[in-house]
Design a protein around this ligand. Structure first.
Ligand SMILES: *Cc1c(COP(=O)(O)O)cnc(C)c1O
Length: 397
């Protein structure tokens, strides 16, 4: 059994804050300080260029990739870290489209995160081969997969509502129709059990600063099924994915397997922070995380609905089709969230009307949920949110 009192002690959480936004930016694991200080002083400072070999910097994207891989059911050697998620979406889509050259449709859904759709738009325009980005409602994805579809590009858990797609079923349908599937696991990795190998996923990508607590801008990951890893063209053919980067050939030859999905020089300090953050998961069972997350979410939904009748549940009521977040709708959602943050309950707002709360059992327990709902109920029932200071918008919501 995962000891959640022990995992909570591994985080630095500011006093007076109930942090329900780990689905957007995970909090700081205590071990990151020492690891970063060492990477800066002992590795960069003392070893200088020698650290690429002596401190293992050059293999860090693969070693950290294996640690992330364990959390998403990926076999060793099938995940590599680097770049941002937007870049990895682009790369996975370009590679996948190359593998299905005769078809012209990329299928996604309207609940997908905008950058995924924007990157697809940009890529399809650059390819100039007449591809079409077809966007349907999340419920209609399965029935929209037909023999015109080259690639299905889906985010497993909807960032607004927390609605969760049925990964094995969509993969089975896509494969039966001759299409490939790319999964964005931004709201899945570290949030719920994922098994990319058992589900026979083709490509999967995700970020690490949300439920994996890697820190702002921490590097993304990409998984390519071993059956495709040696045939997929990496599309972003950077030197770090070359078969022999230090041969300095004038032409590109892709590296073996997942190595080819590397692009340029890895962000070592960010990777070191992420590597330390992943220590938190060493004794964690994803099944325990899921059970605790559903328990917290169900409690949260029950209490908010009982005490705040103006907040309308935007997430599926059935935990089986929900990720690890709970969202409510309210036309004044922005001001309400600002008022909650002012009182130490930190969630976030997503336009046009969504109040979003991430439930993360590593460091959030039942008593936090109870305390948070007390504050939410007070802010709602006294209309404390209805004040000019809570309507001011920052650049980031
Ligand atoms: C958070 C998120 C992103 C963010 O992409 P970045 O390149 O890291 O900014 C992309 N896709 C999804 C589904 C996300 O939830």
């Amino acid at each position: 059994m995962t000891d959640f009192t022990a995992t909570r002690a591994l985080f630095e959480l500011p006093a007076g804050v109930i942090y329900l936004d780990g689905n957007s930016l995970g909090p700081l694991p205590r071990g990151v300080h020492a690891r970063l200080a060492d990477a800066v002083a002992a590795e960069w400072g003392e070893q200088l260029i020698r650290a690429w070999n002596d401190a293992g910097w050059i293999t860090l994207p693969r070693r950290v990739g294996d640690r992330v891989g364990r959390l998403i059911g990926a076999p060793k050697g099938s995940v590599v870290m680097g770049d941002t998620l937007s870049i990895k979406v682009y790369q996975a889509l370009a590679s996948a489209l190359d593998l299905v050259p005769t078809r012209r449709v990329v299928l996604s859904d309207s609940g997908n995160f905008p950058t995924d759709l924007y990157m697809a738009e940009g890529l399809l325009a650059s390819l100039g081969r007449g591809h079409d980005l077809r966007i349907v409602a999340p419920e209609d994805v399965a029935s929209a997969i037909d023999e015109s579809v080259a690639v299905v590009m889906i985010t497993e858990v909807d960032y607004r509502t927390g609605r969760r797609h049925d990964m094995p079923a969509l993969i089975a349908k896509a494969h039966a129709m001759g299409a490939l599937v790319i999964w964005d696991l931004a709201h899945s990795a570290g949030a719920l059990p994922v098994d990319v190998a058992a589900a026979d996923a083709d490509f999967a990508v995700g970020c690490t600063y949300k439920y994996l607590n890697g820190g702002p801008g921490s590097p993304a990951f990409i998984y390519v099924a071993p059956r495709l890893a040696d045939v997929a063209r990496p599309a972003l053919s950077g030197w770090m994915g070359h078969a022999a980067p230090f041969a300095f050939d004038v032409s590109y030859r892709p590296g073996a397997g997942i190595e080819r999905m590397r692009v340029g020089t890895p962000p070592i300090l960010a990777l070191a922070a992420l590597d330390a953050a992943l220590d938190v998961w060493d004794d964690v069972d994803m099944g325990d995380i899921r059970a605790a997350s559903l328990r917290l979410s169900d409690l949260f939904i029950t209490e908010v609905e009982a005490r705040c009748p103006d907040l309308v549940l935007a997430s599926p009521r059935d935990g089986g089709v929900r990720g690890s977040q709970v969202s409510f709708r309210h036309p004044d959602g922005y001001a309400i969230m600002q008022a909650l943050i002012a009182r130490g309950v930190i969630g976030d707002f997503r336009a046009p009307d969504i109040l979003r709360f991430g439930l993360t059992p590593l460091y959030i327990g039942e008593s936090d949920i109870v305390a948070a709902v007390d504050i939410i109920a007070d802010v709602m029932n006294t209309r404390a949110w209805d004040a000019p200071e809570f309507r001011k918008q920052g650049l980031v919501t």
